[in-house]
Structures are given as structure tokens and as C-alpha cells.
Design a protein around this ligand. Structure first.
Ligand code: UDP
Length: 152
């Protein structure tokens, strides 16, 4: 394996929600202090090759890229599309990536499944159970004792 290979992180969806999530993903990776990665968009319908400074690939083109490893966060609001895309990711064994804004607040005993996208100023109080591929948009909150399923 070449030493030049990078980790690839992708935001799936380069439309409204994806472009809102990309800066959070960027901050999350900068906080890890790791230089050896590239952060890109995946969008199957995109006509631009660069969006807000990030390369855009179709899913098939992303699969072709060489990398140490690949991680994808799905930032498409439509939950049926999200569910369909997760099946594709599972088929090729790409790992779900979660994006958590650093202004997000979690109190006690909050369990959230893989692949979540939590935007700025999201607030979870205590004793909350949430399934896979959850999205919480800016300034939303989940109150105590909520039980939430997958793809919400
Ligand atoms: N999209 C995709 N693959 C799919 C379905 C949708 O790449 O199988 C992309 C689509 O091209 C679009 C984005 O997902 O750019 C969804 O954008 P939209 O504005 O509909 O929703 P939002 O950004 O608000 O979730």
C-alpha cells in the first residue's frame, strides 16, 4: 500500500442539507488533528465537480478512488432515500460516519445509533434512545425519555 494514500470522508448529498452539514464535518475532522484525509461530497445528480471547495463524486466514482479507508455520512433529508443508500453502502462494506456539531448538548444516558448527523445547537436532555441514521437539524431538541426509531 502506498504511503500517499489518504482516508476518504464523504458527505452524501451536495444539495441544501449536505452543504449545511459539510462545515460541521470539516470542523469535526480538523478537531481530530489528522492531516491524512480528504473530505468530499458524493452526489449522483451533481453537475458541478467542486461544491464549496470540495470535490464531488458520484457514488460509483467514489468507490473507484484509492484510499486507506472510506467513511460516508448521509446528509439527505429524505429518510426513504437515506434507507436506500444505506443498503448500497452495506453492500460494498463502507463504514457509516456520524457528524456531531461541537455545540451539540447531550445530558445523561443518551444513546444514538450509527450514521447520525447532529447540527449546531441540537439539545438532547436525558434518557433518550435513538436509532440509526438520525438527523437533527439546527436548533432542534429531543426531550427526556423519547424513544425514536431508525432513519428519523
Ligand atoms: N441524491 C443522490 N443520490 C440519490 C438520491 C439523491 O446523490 O440516490 C442527491 C440529489 O442529487 C440531491 C440530494 O441528494 O443533490 C438531495 O437534495 P435535496 O435538495 O432534494 O434535499 P436536501 O438537501 O434538503 O436533503
Amino acid at each position: 500500500m502506498s504511503n500517499n494514500l489518504k482516508y476518504l470522508y464523504a458527505i452524501y448529498g451536495a444539495s441544501g442539507f449536505g452543504r449545511g452539514v459539510m462545515p460541521l464535518a470539516r470542523e469535526q475532522l480538523v478537531a481530530k488533528n489528522d492531516q491524512n484525509y480528504e473530505l468530499v461530497f458524493i452526489d449522483d445528480g451533481a453537475c458541478q465537480s467542486i461544491v464549496n471547495g470540495h470535490r464531488v463524486y458520484s457514488f460509483e466514482a467514489f468507490l473507484e478512488l484509492d484510499a486507506v479507508d472510506k467513511y460516508i455520512a448521509i446528509a439527505i433529508a429524505n429518510s426513504e432515500i437515506r434507507e436506500k443508500l444505506v443498503l448500497k453502502l452495506d453492500l460494498v462494506g463502507i463504514k457509516a460516519w456520524s457528524v456531531y456539531a461541537d455545540t451539540m448538548i447531550m445530558m445523561d444516558e443518551v444513546n444514538i445509533g450509527e450514521g447520525a448527523v447532529l447540527c449546531n445547537h441540537v439539545h438532547f436532555t436525558s434518557n433518550i434512545q435513538i436509532g440509526k441514521y438520525f438527523h437533527a437539524n439546527y436548533f432542534s431538541y429531543v426531550a427526556h425519555d423519547c424513544v425514536i426509531g431508525d432513519y428519523v
